[in-house]
Design a protein around this ligand. Structure first.
Ligand code: ADP
Length: 366
């Protein structure tokens, strides 16, 4: 009987519970034992009760639960070989040799690395007398399947990540609230949203709420010149009769010299043109709440496919990432997506913004 463990790791996102529910139920449906790992890689290292066998009813109601009920954590020790060896021993102890990880590119890179080191780790555990060769005979390779849980929608090769549309929905709702008060007082509001290396949330929220101006990392602003541009755009909109002004700033917004564009600077610029200006940093409300319908079906279909991938994989299959492209659930080599994702950050660091934009799957508009 195949034993599969599922875990959430890295930053939480709405829909992670939905993915876990889908893995648990699809796993049971296909005749497997399914375990959840509490607290991400931390739980793998601690072993024992941190790996919990799940029944069908244990995930009842999880579709509408935000965040991740099995916990997530950052775990530095898992980056070390000794940490990974402990994790391997804990998995073998429970007879588990397949791991489905729902997390960001860091978590998925760690998972793939764990898989590549696994045979050597098992060998070491045997030579240290921890297990007999017979005990590990059927655990010579580890199966890894990745699901992307991220509110930033920052993974290359997939149209949307689990949680991104929920965060977007929350941002739009909050901006609508802000509009009401901003219009009443003819105020300008700067809304700071999450997205360290990825402007998707800021861009999509800007389109969905008719923002006057958007700052994102991929389309870096012209150093200092952006101030005049911002002023002239806002003036034009004002002249057309708009009472309120909304500027959306992604957390990672930059100018072309890689200098961060801060909400304070944007505020100062708007104050210079005589606008009564306030800053609202949305912060963690963007991660909270239940998943929107999009993320629920995405996480459900992807969770089911992750189980199918586990059952179909051979030791030679590259670790897959379950994605969605043009409305179809797809599998692609996990490390290829991670590599492409890292290329965006590298292009931004190298000030090659055209490349950064072209590497994004989303259509960035002029
Ligand atoms: P995210 O998955 O959201 O990108 P992090 O980059 O913080 O978040 O990664 C989450 C966890 O994944 C880390 O705390 C660590 O335990 C593990 N991890 C990340 N990168 C690696 C790596 N290169 N090797 C091993 N483990 C890693």
């Amino acid at each position: 009987k195949k034993k599969i463990a599922v875990m959430t790791s890295g930053g939480d996102s709405p829909g992670m519970n939905v993915a876990v529910r889908a893995v648990v139920r699809a796993g049971i449906y296909y005749g497997c034992d399914v375990y959840t790992v509490y607290e991400g890689y931390e739980g793998l290292l601690r072993g024992g009760d941190m790996l919990h066998k799940m029944g069908w009813a244990d995930v009842r109601g999880w579709l509408s639960e935000g965040g991740t009920l099995i916990g997530t954590a950052r775990c530095l020790a898992f980056k070390e070989r000794v940490g990974m060896k402990k994790a391997a021993a804990n998995l073998i102890e429970k007879g588990i040799d397949a791991l489905i990880v729902c997390g960001g590119d860091g978590s998925l890179t760690g998972a793939d690395l764990f898989r590549s080191l696994w045979p050597g780790l098992v060998e070491e555990l045997v030579s240290e007398g921890r297990f007999t060769p017979a005990q590990v005979a059927q655990y010579r390779s580890l199966t890894i399947v990745g699901l992307v849980g991220s509110i930033d929608n920052d993974m290359s090769g997939t149209d949307s990540t689990i949680g991104a549309y929920s965060a977007l929905e929350r941002i739009c709702e909050m901006v609508d609230y802000i509009h009401a008060t901003a219009k009443s007082h003819s105020r300008a509001f700067i809304v700071e949203v999450m997205g360290r290396h990825c402007g998707w949330l800021a861009l999509m929220a800007g389109i969905a709420t008719a923002a006057d101006y958007i700052f994102i990392p991929e389309r870096a602003a012209e150093p200092d010149k952006w101030r005049e541009d911002l002023k002239s755009v806002c003036k034009r909109h004002k002249n057309k009769g708009r009472r309120n002004i909304t500027v959306i700033v992604a957390e990672g917004a930059l100018d072309k010299d890689l200098k961060p564009i801060t909400s304070e600077e944007v505020k100062d610029t708007l104050v210079e043109m005589g606008l009564d200006t306030r800053i609202t940093t949305l912060g963690h409300v963007q991660r909270g709440g239940t998943a929107v319908a999009h993320d629920r079906w995405l996480a459900t279909l992807q969770g089911v496919d992750a189980v199918k991938a586990v059952l179909e994989m051979t030791p030679d299959t590259p670790s897959p990432l379950i994605g969605i492209l043009e409305n179809k659930i797809i599998r692609m080599p996990l490390m290829e997506s991670v590599k492409l994702t890292k290329e965006v950050a590298t292009a931004i660091e190298a000030k090659d913004f055209d490349k950064a934009i072209s590497l994004r799957d989303t259509e960035f508009i002029e």
